[in-house]
Design a protein around this ligand. Sequence first.
Ligand code: UDP
Ligand code: MG
Length: 330
Amino acid sequence: MPRLDVVVPVFNEAACLTELVRRMRDVRQGFTADDVDMHLILVDDGSRDGSADVVDELAATLPWVAAVHLTRNFGHQAAMTAGLDASAGDYVSVIDADLQDPPELIQPMLRRLIEKDVDVVYGVRDRRDGESRFKLKTASLFYRMLRRSSGIDIPLDTGDFRVMKARVVVALRALPEHNRFLRALVPWLGYSAIGFSYTRDRRYAGDTKYPLRKMITLAAHAIFAFSTMPIRLVQLAGFALIAVGGFACTAVGALQLFDVVNPGTAAWLLLGMTVQTGLIVLSVGVVGGYVFRIQDEVKGRPLYVRADIGPAGTPAVLPPPSESISLTER
Ligand code: UDP
Ligand code: MG
């Protein structure tokens, strides 16, 4: 029987967990009828509201629920990674603990994945209830910008709610970077993926664990890990200042030579400063270019992902050499 692991990051969600597991139980029953063995992996991310005890209690009473505890709060991305690392299913799903993503959709999503023979089915939020206009607008703007500037096919209006084949999870483990942004790392791997439209519900209980401060940090992580746009803008600004300053110096110099204008010392100082600032800004941009390349090396992402065996470094099983070709005879 194929196995499906559902990874749930949990941070201070005690009020949601019982309801989550109640609904997951029904989902599991549906899966059993479909001949899929569903398991739940609850990752307690250093909760301080008693979630850890609830998780343990659920894991102790239900054989299909597993508990993973982190020593302290490491953050959403780390918690999801811990869950993915602990998973062993043929299929793996990720879902929030707060029931914003309806667990009942995992089954049609898995069905779509198998029917369409793709590696990832990700949830696309066509409506989001109970989110502020500000959050919706900024999120939409941010993802459009990230998509453009990273050149990666990051789907819009998409969170972490998804179902993946095991090989995608295995490939994710080959990405050792610490500034994790899973919803972009999965498309970076390049496996085939399709969206699944759904309406995102309100939180079942509690408050968002993503206040503005954390959202900005996450957005910055995503930009710095996936885009060279900021440093390219700096380089461009440097070039532009030098070009404008240099052109103005030449033009004013020529006009002064023929006594057309006499700009005076202050104007010359200003023009000189423009060129000088340009040089400094460009120098920063050049250093940034090196830093970017260092960061790229340090991230240690595989150079490529092979469609058959996965990321670079995975030992390839070569077919035995054909007997009709003999290299030594040439
Ligand atoms: N979460 C976590 N660690 C954190 C913050 C959040 O494991 O440091 C979990 C949280 O319990 C939830 C999921 O990540 O299951 C998404 O968080 P939340 O629902 O608060 O984010 P939102 O949906 O409001 O963007
Ligand atoms: Mg949520």
